[in-house]
Design a protein around this ligand. Structure first.
Ligand code: LLP
Length: 412
């Protein structure tokens, strides 16, 4: 159990900046990046899914490692450009791109537009022809594979809204070759997130291989397979790390003998374990039924427990807490919802007190990027530890600032 991040003790951080806030460790992000490269080979192209953590400083860090990004909105594309990610390392996915976003992507000359429906492909064709600019297309397939993860983060079955059904891939391929402005870059796929076993990936590799070969025999040629993200991280000591060696073996067995450039889009794997949410205890409320530890971070700051029943480790990090006496407690936030609960019936030191710090760990992915101002609360700060230096990488955004957008203007 660690009470520090890089060379900074949690207490020292809390003395510098008001809780709650996120703090990330750059060294952990770099080591996750390097672990991926080592396991999968340096030829693999990494496009970090920035929905996991889209802070500009994190994007710059990924860029320094040689990685590109996967974006899913005009806003994310803007961030990638601001972080100076080269446009030939930007992949744009998502099922509901607006005309404006498609124009933005084409005008920016990004490396890959992942198209998710025949309907969208027709729109992209229309816009590319109007702009008279080429755009490289990957068709995102829906392989109808169950990734065996939480139902809310499963994306590759025929019940899901993502990707093009296999029965429509040939028609989509035909459409691409009909336009001088659409280039057939390849196929892409993403079957889900927090995937703990390699087996669904192996199935997916087989499906994508079969489709690619089938299209090849029909005369369609392309060079890229983008295999998406989804690698799990262990959120508790009983969970095992994702078996990258087995993934690499399956990848080699299924796709190794083919001549495609391979891309992956990891999000969580790169950043989840690098982040901690530091929060202070406001009250310890003892009722006849339960002990509630009420903290200053809420579900608006970290949605994962409320959305996916996610359990993040919670560390009581005050030195001097007598850990011999423990008690079952519910760790809850101040938001007016019963789902604003970080952990139910967790064993923590009995003598926790207001002002003590709790660290909610493994929160570097889908933490700050999923947060909101619900209950008119602030968007909390983000910090980055870079070896012996500490940076504030996003200021707190206070309700007072947000209120400046609410001055009525008559539109009629
Ligand atoms: N590529 C595409 C097309 C995606 O939709 C996603 C994530 C990724 C890559 C990255 O997946 P990762 O490697 O992070 O698993 N908010 C949820 C996760 C939603 C993931 C959405 N798509 C959570 O907190 O668990």
């Amino acid at each position: 159990m660690s009470f520090s991040i890089g060379s900074f003790n949690y207490r020292a951080l809390v003395e510098k900046i008001q809780t709650p806030f996120y703090v990330y460790d750059s060294e952990k992000i770099i080591s996750q990046y390097q672990t991926l490269l080592k396991a999968l080979g340096r030829k693999i192209q990494i496009r970090f899914a920035i929905k996991a953590n889209s802070n500009l400083s994190i994007l710059r860090l990924i860029h320094e490692q040689g990685g590109g990004v996967e974006v899913v909105s005009g806003g994310e594309l803007l961030r990638a450009l601001k972080a100076k990610i080269p446009t030939n390392r930007i992949v744009f996915s998502g099922i509901g791109k607006t005309e404006e976003e498609i124009r933005f992507a084409i005008n920016t000359s990004i490396e890959q537009l992942s198209v998710e429906s025949l309907e969208e492909l027709k729109k992209v064709k229309e816009i590319a022809e109007e702009l008279q600019k080429e755009i490289p297309i990957c068709l995102r397939i829906n392989p109808n594979i169950e990734a065996k993860t939480h139902v809310k983060i499963t994306t590759g079955t025929s019940e899901n809204k993502f990707g093009i059904p296999l029965s429509q891939i040939e028609e989509a391929s035909k459409l691409i070759t009909k336009s001088a402005y659409l280039t057939y870059l390849g196929l892409s796929v993403h079957i889900g997130s927090q995937i703990q076993s390699v087996e669904p990936y192996q199935q997916m590799f087989r499906v994508i291989k079969e489709i690619a070969q089938n299209l090849k025999t029909k005369g369609y040629s392309f060079k890229r397979l983008d295999l998406g993200g989804g690698f799990s991280v262990p959120y508790s000591t009983d969970e095992l790390p994702f078996d990258l060696t087995a993934y690499a073996k399956a990848l080699k067995e299924e796709l190794g003998d083919l001549d495609y450039e391979l891309v992956i889009e990891p999000g969580r794997y790169l950043v989840a374990e690098a982040g901690v949410l530091l929060t202070k205890i406001l009250y310890v409320k003892r009722t006849p039924n339960r002990t509630f530890v009420i903290i200053d971070a809420g579900m608006n700051d970290m949605m994962r427990p409320a959305l996916y029943d996610a359990k993040h480790p919670i560390i009581a990090c005050e030195t001097g807490i007598n850990s011999t006496g423990k008690e079952l407690m519910d760790i809850v936030g101040p938001v007016c919802e019963s789902s604003d609960c970080f952990s139910k019936q967790v064993l923590l030191p009995k003598n926790l007190q207001p002002g003590d710090i709790l660290a909610i760990t493994h929160t570097g992915a889908y933490g700050a990027s999923l947060s909101s101002t619900y209950n008119s609360r602030a968007l909390i700060p983000e910090l980055l530890v870079d070896k012996d230096k500490l940076f504030l990488i996003r200021e707190r955004i206070d309700p007072e600032h947000l209120l400046t957008f609410e001055i009525p203007r008559c539109l009629t």
